[in-house]
Design a protein around this ligand. Structure first.
Ligand code: HEM
Length: 438
């Protein structure tokens, strides 16, 4: 395999490196939950948390970019603008090296989820602008756009918009008004997820269409209906991030109503499920297909959680507890990571007959089971904390921590098992990548 053949490959493998870093940092961070002295003098949770979260977010962005470049090369039957793509990759590498160096040396200065010094937003912003340009240059030869091209386009444009909005706080006019600052910050945190989901969802539609040609996913009217719904959600569903901010009430109501429209996803998923089960028998051995089925399950799981969290009174109880961590990790692992793992196998180990491995089978099931226990233990921790928060008379903090202990241990244990299972899948993948096939 020639790694330099397509810049999409470079992006996918860089993404895999970030994913690997993210699970190592995440595992180390989880130990600190129970043993606060662990690595206190070197890294500590102060450094490990942003390292873990940034590596996880960058894995999604960088690998999704790789999947889009790979898909466009297949769609347009040529790999155009290779130099521009390499510059794009170079800008990312420059930003990543700078950001992780700053974290390692304790140089922060950013805001939640983007805690690196804000100056690195410039090369990332430029990389994204270049991505936008390359994307439009590449797709201009496609006459009738399938749904996934629309998804990528809206995701790329909207990401740039929100990424800039996310940095409004560096301007004193926004930073100096507490409410204005908070509304923009939380709105940006909510909508940026919608933007990168578009990139990832577009990629899964492309892969699904290629796996099962009969499905015609690209021009299916249901797929377009889902696209418009996700687009609508991407624009407006951030309202539920602002329940606790004393802003105009209509924003809260609109956020709630829009979040509820996502029930339509449920109906669609159940409707499709039966068909997928019969297809699953034919494709089950093929890893991209298996990861897509897993994504479907986690989409269902996370939407249930998110819909309950959108109900204002429940939101009030869950706010500031590990429920939010469960929501963030449940979606980034269960939804984005499952799709991107499918993309890694689909684009880099394309032949179906190569997809047989005991290590991968064990890793795959290890991930699904550990992730369920991992998320349930986080939710249980969140539940214990919110009961404590509202109880009368309130017990001592130490008493609350003691109540939480069994769930904390379960969280660490399942986190370790999740980490090992991911390692199994990564090693199985690397082995397939470098194995000489006849
Ligand atoms: C391998 C097992 C993993 C372990 C043990 C782990 C552990 C942790 C820990 C301890 C935190 C800090 C939570 C806090 O501040 O209280 C965290 C946060 C987070 N993790 Fe992981 N993690 C793992 C894998 C992942 C993966 C694969 C992703 C995504 C690709 C991910 C995404 C996140 C995100 C987005 C947050 C921030 C959550 C928030 O908003 O509070 N994690 N993780």
């Amino acid at each position: 395999m020639k790694l330099s053949k397509n810049t999409g490959t470079l992006f996918l493998l860089t993404g895999l490196g970030l994913f690997f870093a993210s699970i190592i940092f995440g595992f180390l961070a989880s130990i600190i939950y129970q043993y606060p002295e662990f690595l206190k003098d070197s890294l500590g949770l102060i450094k490990l948390r942003p390292m873990h979260v940034s590596a996880a977010l960058f894995w999604i962005l960088v690998a999704a970019t790789g999947a889009i470049y790979k898909s466009l090369a297949i769609l347009t039957k040529k790999d155009s603008y290779p130099l521009l793509q390499k510059i794009h990759w170079g800008l990312w590498i420059f930003s990543l090296l700078g950001i992780f160096y700053c974290y390692a040396t304790g140089n922060f200065g950013g805001r939640e989820y983007w805690e690196y010094p804000p100056v690195f937003a410039i090369p990332i912003g430029l990389a994204w602008l270049l991505f936008l340009l390359i994307f439009f240059l590449k797709v201009k030869s496609i006459k009738k756009w399938p749904v996934y091209v629309w998804m990528w386009m809206t995701g790329i444009v909207y990401f740039l918009f929100i990424f800039i909005e996310n940095y409004f706080w560096v301007i004193p006019y926004f930073r100096e008004s507490f409410i204005k600052d908070m509304v923009i910050q939380w709105k940006a945190a909510g909508s940026i997820v919608g933007a990168y989901n578009m990139l990832v969802y577009g990629s899964v539609f492309f892969i699904m269409e290629r796996i099962s040609k009969k499905a015609h996913t690209g021009f299916n009217k249901w797929a377009f209906a889902l696209f418009f719904l996700s687009f609508f959600n991407m624009l407006f569903n951030w309202g539920h991030h602002l329940y606790l901010v004393p802003t105009n009430a209509s924003i809260h109501y609109a956020g709630y109503i829009v979040s509820m429209t996502e029930w339509v996803f449920f109906i669609k998923i159940i409707y499709n499920w039966k068909k997928q089960v019969t297809e699953a028998e034919a494709f089950y051995h093929y890893y991209p297909y298996r990861f897509i089925l897993a994504f479907n399950f986690w989409l269902f799981f996370n939407l249930t959680l998110a819909l309950f969290m959108s109900i204002p009174v429940i939101n009030l109880y869950m706010h500031g507890t590990h429920f939010i961590t469960a929501h963030a990790m449940g979606t980034t692992i269960g939804i984005n990571t499952m799709i991107l793992l499918a993309a890694l196998f689909f684009f880099l180990v394309p032949k179906k007959e190569h997809h047989q491995s005991q290590l991968l089978n064990t890793g795959f099931w290890g991930i699904q089971i550990s992730l369920l226990v991992f998320l349930l233990s986080l939710m249980a921790m969140g539940f214990v904390k919110s009961i404590w928060f509202f109880e009368e008379p309130q017990a001592q903090f130490a008493e609350m921590m003691a109540r939480m202990k069994p769930f904390t241990l379960l969280f660490i244990f399942s986190g370790f098992s999740l980490f090992l299972s991911f390692l199994g899948v990564i090693s199985g993948f690397v082995f397939m990548l470098f194995k000489k096939h006849p």
